[in-house]
Design a protein. Structure first.
Ligand SMILES: C[S@@+](CC[C@H](N)C(=O)[O-])C[C@H]1O[C@@H](n2cnc3c(N)ncnc32)[C@H](O)[C@@H]1O
Length: 777
């Protein structure tokens, strides 16, 4: 990416995001409110901006996914807000307790935020800037559907700001602060059979062109018209037509909601279609399927199975339902008993991201409790003794971004006048979108740490909220759905992302933490609900792997009942100072035994730690290159000699430190593992002792240290996999011993969970052959 180009684009966007570009000729500096709210002038400016935005998009240099957060933005309920007119709005004021009603009088478009124009009942207009609305920037259609022309809207607690060019606009950072009125009722033509069919057919056309919102709008009109006819017509044939039309259309709308990942709405529509139940078999079948899919996506696998069992009773010969039921039962076993056949996928030669199966959530023998050290807040604890490799939980990402190299996520902070980039911005938008219409999801989300304030005051939420198949008492009530967005607080959501989201590709720069929005490298990032309660340790007892966007957490060592489950938040196979910085990015200071010990050795280790930290990335790279099948290649990077020297120096320092406990020595060796590896015989320099005769630890000894310190680390697994390779065994290390082979299997169990020895060996072999491509540290 050309930095200059990016800077230029950001600047253009910054201008247009502030209202309109100062380069737009038709924009004048306006000072008087009466001029500022003149509809004709504003429509002209709007149309010009829209054309310019389209031109910019045609340049198609980058796909920009911007999001902006500025003020404190908790959304309140509509009830009790007093209305305010456009001319009464005051500049720079957040009109608390007020609501602005109006009609969207132009086609909306999106640059950094959605831009539209709101007209009130006095014919005055004001530009509307809506940020963080989850509409794909590439789809002008989706923007128009979300903010349709001629639609009545209410803007809660409007905030009027002056833009850089002098124009003024109502700025909305939290999309939950805009309530769009339902579409106008269906025209009279819809009250005949042909009319219903026409509306539904038009909806189906929109559906076929993947305009889900457009389809939903037409389906809704069809349902309204059918319902009106049912109530108002005296003709029994019209009533029958109306009832048939609404059953099919509810079912179709359920599918459109499914496509939009609005599972609660999909479930409500599928339920309605089944309740009315007068439909012909194909539509009824589809409704069962749609209900089952919605329940499955809501992690209600038991209910999903029940739904399909009822369907099978009604349609005994239906193979499709039988197939779905079989699949659903697999999910049921996953979610209830943790029975996953993930190893099959891991060992499948053709394993590709696109073929990753759907996995259900699972909650094993863990619960949330207050952590022992109160400043750690809540943590996840084992409820019984668990063995190494036991599955603790499986969690689907609730929001994830897998950005490619062409996608740039922008964060424009107008308060600090900074523009940052980071995939976390996209997560915020996705979470807001998901929270709209899902009170249960919002409830779950709001249990996560979302501020820097005292961790000890955090509440311990009920585990029922996170367990798959648990419905009651978190059913969505009609009341909750009425003002579904009332609780969405975008500032809090942004903070939640800051404290809980992380990258999964396993490099230091990919981890999110408090580096929110600042790293161009933050391209992959996600949020997992229950795993967000797991605290960090530099000597963790759990490990995580990702299959697609699903996180599997295993016990990486035996864990006793009542013990806290911990994970490394970052690559913890690095020396103390690096870990300290990474912890501080997450907003805490680590008090684990390893950190306390290494802190006490900062002075003697400094001559090694400083040069190592500068070269650490190179060491990792060298190791990875050597590991990736080039072991026979005798060439190595010039730094290898440097790593070797550092490793020798470290061994001598450890010796001079006298009586270190074996665990303490292992911690230090693990911190500098990359230096040992890149400077060692099999992976780097072809020698294992220096001229003075200092011997470096054997590979197996080093592996033991890494495994004892950060089990489940990908580099640890790679070393274990290498131990099983003849190329490494042949170098005269102690790798061929049974003990070494046993250790390799143990490391594999820590990383991938319990499997039979043959499967573990196959995994080690498969990794050696580079067939596995997984996230994790
Ligand atoms: C993903 S959350 C973990 C759950 C959190 N403890 C809670 O109560 O919600 C990350 C936050 O937990 C706290 N934390 C995690 N590990 C910690 C540790 N080892 N020491 C102190 N605080 C820690 C920090 O405040 C961090 O920002």
């Amino acid at each position: 990416m050309e930095e200059e180009q990016l800077k230029m684009i950001m600047e253009q966007l910054r201008m247009s995001a502030s209202g309109s570009g100062s380069h737009t000729s038709s924009n004048r500096t306006v000072s008087k409110a009466s001029e500022a709210f003149d509809k004709a002038t504003l429509v002209d400016a709007h149309n010009l901006m829209m054309r310019q935005a389209a031109e910019m998009q045609q340049m198609n240099l980058y796909r920009l996914q911007p999001a902006i957060v500025e003020a404190d933005e908790a959304s309140v309920g509509l009830a009790g807000l007093a209305s305010i007119r456009i001319e009464e709005l005051k500049l720079g004021v957040h009109h608390r307790g007020r609501v602005l009603y109006g009609t969207l009088c132009v086609d909306a478009f999106k640059v950094t935020g959605v831009i539209s124009l709101l007209e009130d009942d006095r014919g005055k207009a004001v530009r509307l800037l809506v940020y963080n609305a989850a509409v794909s920037s590439s789809s002008a259609q989706a923007v128009r559907r979300l903010f349709p022309k001629d639609r009545a809207v209410a803007v809660k607690e409007p905030y009027l700001k002056r833009c850089v060019d002098g124009s003024i606009a109502v700025r909305v950072d939290n999309p939950a602060n805009i309530v769009t009125a339902p579409a106008a009722p269906a025209p009279a033509a819809g009250t005949t059979h042909a009319g219903f069919d026409a509306l539904r057919a038009e909806g189906n056309k929109r559906f076929a062109s993947q305009d889900w919102l457009g389809a939903i709008e037409l389906y809704s009109k069809c349902i309204d018209a059918a319902t009106n006819s049912l109530h108002s017509s005296s003709s029994s044939s019209v009533k029958q037509d109306a009832s048939k039309a609404s059953v099919t259309t509810y079912s179709n709308r359920a599918e459109a909601w499914l496509r939009l990942h609005k599972f609660e709405k999909a479930l409500a529509d599928a339920n309605k279609a089944l309740e009315l139940g007068l439909d012909s078999a194909p539509s009824l079948l589809k409704s069962f399927h749609r209900k089952a899919r919605a329940l499955c996506s809501l992690q209600q696998h038991k209910q999903s199975c029940e739904c399909l069992e009822v369907a099978l009773q009604q349609f005994p010969g239906q193979e499709e339902i039988r197939d779905s039921l079989d699949k659903c039962r697999i999910h049921m076993r996953q979610s209830e008993y943790g029975e996953y056949q993930s190893v099959n996928f891991l060992l499948d030669d053709s394993n590709k991201p696109a073929s990753i199966p759907n996995y259900s959530d699972y909650v094993g023998a863990v619960e949330i409790r207050m952590a022992d050290q109160s400043m750690r807040g809540r943590g996840l604890f084992a409820t019984k003794d668990v063995q190494m490799g036991s599955l603790l939980l499986v969690s689907n990402a609730v929001a994830e971004t897998q950005a490619d190299r062409k996608t740039v996520y922008l964060h424009m902070d107008f308060t600090s006048r900074r523009i940052n980039t980071g995939a976390q911005e996209d997560i915020v938008t996705k979470l807001v979108d998901r929270a709209m219409g899902s009170p249960k999801f919002l409830k779950q989300l709001n249990t996560l740490k979302g501020s820097s304030s005292a961790s000890c005051s955090l509440e311990v939420p009920s585990m029922e909220l996170f367990k798959p198949n648990s419905v009651s008492p978190f059913l969505t009530t009609a009341e909750e759905l009425q003002d579904e967005s009332a609780q969405i607080d975008i500032v809090r959501i942004r903070e939640i992302v800051k404290y809980n989201a992380f990258g999964k590709s396993g490099t230091i720069s990919d981890s999110a933490g408090a580096k929110f929005g600042e790293e161009l490298a933050d391209r992959s990032c996600g949020l997992w609900m229950l795993p967000s309660f797991i605290n960090h340790s530099c000597i963790p007892n759990a490990s995580m792997i990702f299959l697609g966007s699903v996180m599997f957490v295993h016990a990486a060592h035996d864990i006793r009942a009542g013990e806290e489950v911990t994970l490394p938040y970052f690559d913890a196979l690095v020396p103390y100072k690096q870990r300290e910085t990474l912890c501080s990015n997450w907003g805490f200071f680590c008090l684990c035994r390893r950190c306390e010990f290494e802190r006490s050795l900062c002075t003697p280790l400094r001559p090694i730690a400083n040069p190592f930290s500068a070269l650490h990335k190179k060491a990792r790279k060298e190791f990875s290159a050597r590991f990736a099948g080039q072991l026979s290649n005798s060439s190595h990077s010039p730094e290898c000699a440097e790593f070797h020297k550092l490793a020798v120096k470290l061994e001598n320092t450890l010796r001079s430190l006298g009586n270190l406990a074996p665990t303490e020595k292992q911690w230090i060796q693990a911190s500098f593992a990359a230096a040992y590896l890149a400077g060692s015989k099999p992976f780097g320099l072809a020698m294992s002792s220096d001229s003075a005769g200092t011997r470096l630890p054997q590979l197996q000894t080093l592996l033991n240290s890494m495994h004892a310190t950060v089990p489940g680390h990908m580099m640890t697994f790679q070393v274990a996999a290498a131990l099983t390779q003849p190329a490494v065994r042949g170098i005269g290390s102690d790798c061929s011993s049974n003990l070494a082979q046993q250790l390799a299997l143990e490391v594999c169990t820590s990383t991938f969970g319990k499997h039979n020895p043959d499967a573990l060996r196959a995994l080690l072999q498969s990794y050696s052959n580079k067939k596995l491509h997984l996230g994790g540290y």
